[in-house]
Write a new protein. Sequence first.
Length: 223
Amino acid sequence: MSIREWPEGERPREKLLSRGQSALSNAELIAVLLGSGVPGTDAVALGRQLLAACGGLGLLLADPGQAIRLRGIGPAKRARLVAALELARRVLAEQLAERPTLGNPHDSGDYLRAQLRHLPYEVFVCLFLDNRHRVLAFEELFRGTVDGASVHPREVVRACLRHNAAAVIFAHNHPSGVAEPSPADHAITRELRDALQLVGVRVLDHLVIGHGAPVSMAARGML
């Protein structure tokens, strides 16, 4: 039975309009985004297949490229999923910019997780802050393995001075999904902290982004 044959109150789009988005399951919300199913599979069932194939909603939104592997997920449907992810990221960016200060790892963790978790390669980024811990800028500085060979302290110092930052939060992702800081992460964090102390810039945290919650090196006493 196609969705058009369902009772009107159970169709995802009609349910959303009449009862609000919170009344819909994850699969139903995905069905609204997809717009239609494929032969033999309605949009809600297709949404369930996407969630199962990707391992849940968080992983689906983190890497919508996985969705292209399922039969029937062509360019148009994939574009809708990617657009939904980008809108979510931009909302997080606006919320971050509107916060008066960043006082703890949770304030920046959601934003950095949304920016980095989906990437198939490793990147090192910085949030530049003023002396009241308000966000001045967000910038990707390096790509590749985060170690002493790829992250150059002089470039980080130069970027902090360019943004006139008083403090900085570092973050990098582990594409493997395991957000455990490595010995190389410890070493480069200490090296950057020492270099930035010379120009009066404080390192507030270094977050490692994986599939779960970001790991704060500051919260673990690693700074």
